[in-house]
Design a protein. Sequence first.
Length: 413
Amino acid sequence: MVATSEQVDALLLFVCGALTLLIPPGLAFFVGGLNGRSAASRALLFALTGTATTVLLGVLGGYGILAGSPWIAHIVGTPSLDLATGFGATGAHGAAGGRGGSLYALAHAGALLAACSVSVAIVGVAVASRITLRAWLVFTVLWSVLVLYPVAYAVFALDDGWATGVMGVIDFGGALPIGVAAGAAAAGVILACGRGEHRRPGERSFGAVAIGGTLVWVGWLGLTTGSEGAVDAYTGLIAVNSFLASAGGCLAWMVVDRVLLRRPTTTSALCGAFSGLVAITPASGVLTLGWSLLLGVIAALACATMVDVAARARFGASMTLIVIVTVASMVGLLYIGLFSNGGGMVDSGNFDLFTAQGIAGFSVLIGSFLIALCIALALRYTMGLTRVGYRARNEPTAERDRETVPPGAVHER
């Protein structure tokens, strides 16, 4: 029996979706390891609960909002229980027919929900050491409905979304919902919490950082490779471009550390590879190999500079993740406007695409930040938001957690 093209495309999405699910635990180990072993455990808890909540919301109607037929034209899709009832799902290849939906439609739905889980995991890992678990779960629901799914619709609804369908924005892998929206939201929550303690490098867990960075690297390659949604002439280009961008970012960040700190580290190599992958996410299908390599280098240099600034401001290791996903995503989006095949300024001679990319990027950045800040402040003055860590006087090596909640509330353990 010969596999059909639909079956091959569905297999690609299943495999890439499974690889994408490596990213949330990878982020937890990576960023948590920078803060210590106990922080890695809590970051993993937030990543897993956020992923589970996002997938559940998607099945209970959220998938229709991000990929269904238009409900509010160019803004959001129609909430649908198709995935929950098993009577079909809509996807890039059209409506599904029959019980359970078409093979490709279900594979496409799974890949999109996996991508959304990465966005939520970025926020959760960044704020895990700052907020309570119950506040995180409420925030996940509100932010997903108000920001994540509408921004995903703007990108993945190719014919109707305000970004790709109306403005002509190019965003292959979803840098707007995954990188820009998540990074801005995490910054908004941290601002609502206040500045936290900056941990010394000696408290980091190298094993957690190495394992987490590797999982993110492999998982993000799956995310970008599956962004085309089919096995066609672009699939190979997307995969190779992703490899080149990550390699360029890895080497560029190590050079920066060699010049500034005189000692490049494994952490700097992983951060560089990560920044290159995030930057190539929107651009993997529209760049030649040379431009992809250069993009990885530029993204790593920009991220390394901003991470150094954040470290000097003593915002903590979580800001490293926020800087990488936000700055690298914006660099990748703007880079498309300059160097993409056919539509970039170098080929076309105009800045139309560059302008569209910039407007979309900064709109999502500002909107997600403000909405996340408002949600976090509302939670702070109602059910309670923040948690603080302290050391017992008689046990200087033991770390215990205590949450700050409104008067009369019961403390969580």
